[in-house]
Design a protein around this ligand. Structure first.
Ligand SMILES: NC(=O)c1ccc[n+]([C@@H]2O[C@H](COP(=O)([O-])OP(=O)(O)OC[C@H]3O[C@@H](n4cnc5c(N)ncnc54)[C@H](O)[C@@H]3O)[C@@H](O)[C@H]2O)c1
Length: 303
């Protein structure tokens, strides 16, 4: 279990530094917390159980140590960053946050449940941001008590490495909220790109149909998996082939995103490839299960 002292976190005295509440200590939440701490913000990390917050804090502390190894931080800066982290299971502890970034399970009801639990504690001026990949920001905003102060902040995985953040205003989001969210992403060393609220934003709207089409190519025997990936790597200069990437993302996530696009646009061009559906039904989800379009020895499987 990580050794975290229970530091008192108050509003940051430095005007350019904020207290960020990060809800969800999983893959994305721990990464978002890590990059925020690295640049000097305070972070209050919330999850549903002590075990989850401890696991998230442990990954953050490991990430900060890696920053020292890579000379992105000095040892002194790392120590200070760890001190700026508070991990909790109590929504009331996020009352001190200037911004809340929600990175919980990709289910509308779960996310709205989080906002409900925070609303009584967070002043009306506190901005709520969601890291959702596919749920409408307009719909999420409408379910809160602060639609003008609600925005999408879509970070990419792994957060510590990927430069892009899609900043997604809902129909109701106030211009000032967009500006502040953009400034926060910039302060974390990211490159924010403003994208309007349509299903899949830009990233998944372009990426997932490409992956889906690659699966169609495989199903129809146009080429084998390696051949398809090589065409895209060597001919298009993509760092990874679409099928390798699908394995990394998780085939269940790819299928879920295609279904969101299909159901949202009512357009058959987004229909999931039957082979993708079949592989998900078989539990061949990619790296995380050891088998997808490729096989992964247990040791290197991504959890
Ligand atoms: N994984 C990716 O590549 C990726 C990329 C971009 C965006 N996203 C989005 O980020 C969000 C999180 O995805 P993830 O991959 O980090 O998921 P994850 O499963 O790794 O983490 C989700 C965390 O949320 C916690 N949680 C669930 N309900 C909660 C609640 N009521 N209160 C507090 N914590 C709660 C879970 O315990 C878990 O620790 C999703 O909306 C997802 O669509 C994911």
């Amino acid at each position: 279990m990580p050794q975290l002292e229970n530091h008192q976190i108050t509003k940051s005295p430095n005007h350019s530094m904020f207290t960020i509440g990060v809800v969800g200590a999983g893959q994305m939440g721990h990464g978002i917390a890590h990059v925020m701490l690295r640049v000097g913000h305070q972070v209050i990390l919330l999850d549903t159980s002590q075990a989850f917050v401890d696991a998230g804090a442990k990954r953050i502390i490991k990430g900060l140590a890696r920053d020292v190894e890579k000379e992105r931080l000095t040892e002194g800066q790392r120590e200070q960053a760890v001190k700026r982290l508070k991990a909790t299971t109590e929504a009331a502890d996020l009352a001190a946050a200037d911004f809340i970034i929600e990175a919980v399970t990709e289910k509308f009801e779960v996310k709205v449940g989080v906002y409900r639990s925070l609303e009584p504690h967070c002043p009306p001026g506190t901005i709520f941001a969601s890291n959702t990949s596919s749920i409408s920001i307009t719909r999420l905003a409408a379910a809160t008590d602060r639609p003008g102060k609600f925005v999408g902040l879509h970070f990419f995985n792994p957060v510590a490495v990927m430069k892009l953040v899609e900043v997604v205003p809902g129909l109701q989001t106030a211009p000032d909220t967009v500006e502040q969210a953009t400034a926060l992403a910039t302060s974390a060393g990211k490159t924010p790109v403003r994208v309007n609220d349509f299903p899949g934003f830009v990233s998944n709207r372009v990426l997932m149909p490409m992956i889906n089409e690659a699966v169609f190519c495989l199903m129809e025997g146009v080429a084998d998996a390696k051949g398809i990936d090589n065409v895209m790597k060597l001919g298009m200069n993509h760092p990874m082939g679409p099928l390798e990437l699908a394995d990394l993302i998780g085939l269940d996530v790819c299928l879920q995103t295609m279904l969101v696009l299909y159901e949202s646009f009512h357009d058959s061009k987004y229909r999931p490839c039957p082979l993708l559906e079949k592989m998900v039904a078989a539990g061949w989800l990619g790296c995380k299960t050891g088998r997808g379009f490729y096989e992964y020895p247990k040791k290197s499987a991504v959890s």
